[in-house]
Unconditional design. Structure first.
Ligand SMILES: Nc1nc2c(ncn2[C@@H]2O[C@H](COP(=O)(O)OP(=O)(O)O)[C@@H](O)[C@H]2O)c(=O)[nH]1
Ligand SMILES: [Mg+2]
Length: 224
């Protein structure tokens, strides 16, 4: 695969204060004519980590959302601890599209975070070149099983994006790598799912990693 890299600049993800409006996104209904390659990316993560927000912040097409109000019926089933303000939840999937550079567009498929929907992940992952695992460092334990599920049921390479909320504790990447038991080559990036540039930077890190992994696999499979 020969993707050009996207460089949206460096620096830490800016933190949004609660109530601050997200960056507006310019919607572009049609794929630019220069795009020669499209890739499918799965966005996964525990309930409330920011999957719907990330896809909404980057998508150039009106994102497909399947949000429904959280009702009393989910009390005791979905863990809302630490999630004040979350009133809706994804019940099927999120879908969006982003042009990473003039040649490459990504189609983003967001999975529902509730455990009872995890059996859908393997199906949604079919054909995906990579998986972005969003993590909320305030509730790290919720991400352990997500990573297990990805490692055991989804063969695509993955990267971890730590979504920063205003009260997210400061952890180094080494501490997070250890806590989440990640391999040294698994990328960890910081992001703010409400901010387009930051979210694209996370997707670009995943795409770069996926290309490297697929490239190594292709070379290994090539007859000598
Ligand atoms: N401050 C802040 N809030 C966020 C961020 N990402 C998501 N949220 C909020 O967290 C809640 C859950 O996000 P959502 O995208 O629905 O999570 P999902 O369940 O993973 O799809 C929503 O109220 C979002 O507005 C972020 O980066 N910063
Ligand atoms: Mg959602």
């Amino acid at each position: 695969m020969a993707f050009a890299t996207f460089d949206p600049g460096s620096g830490p993800a800016a933190g949004y204060e609660d109530g601050e409006p997200p960056e507006p996104v310019e919607r572009i209904p049609y794929l630019p004519g220069t795009v020669a390659r499209t890739a499918k990316i799965l966005v996964v993560g525990d309930f409330g980590v920011g999957k719907t927000s990330l896809i909404g912040s980057v998508s150039e097409i009106e994102p497909l959302r399947t949000e429904e109000p959280i009702t009393q019926a989910s009390a005791g089933v979905d863990d809302l601890d630490g999630l004040t303000g979350k009133t809706t939840t994804t019940v099927a999937m999120d879908f969006g599209r982003v042009t990473l550079n003039h040649r490459t567009a990504l189609y983003l498929f967001g999975t529902p975070g509730q455990r009872r929907f995890w059996s859908m992940w393997a199906g949604l992952a079919e054909g995906a070149v990579g998986v972005l695992v969003l993590v909320d460092a305030r509730r790290l334990a919720g991400s352990f099983d997500v990573l297990d599920q990805i490692e055991s049921h989804v063969p695509a390479p993955f990267a971890v994006a730590v979504n920063h909320f205003p009260d997210t504790p400061q952890h180094t990447h080494d501490e997070l790598r250890q806590a989440l038991d990640l391999l040294p080559e698994t990328p960890i990036v910081d992001c703010n799912a409400l901010e387009r540039t930051s979210s694209i930077r996370a997707l670009a890190a995943l795409t770069g990693h996926a290309i490297a992994v697929h490239g190594r696999k292709d070379r290994k499979d090539r007859p000598r």
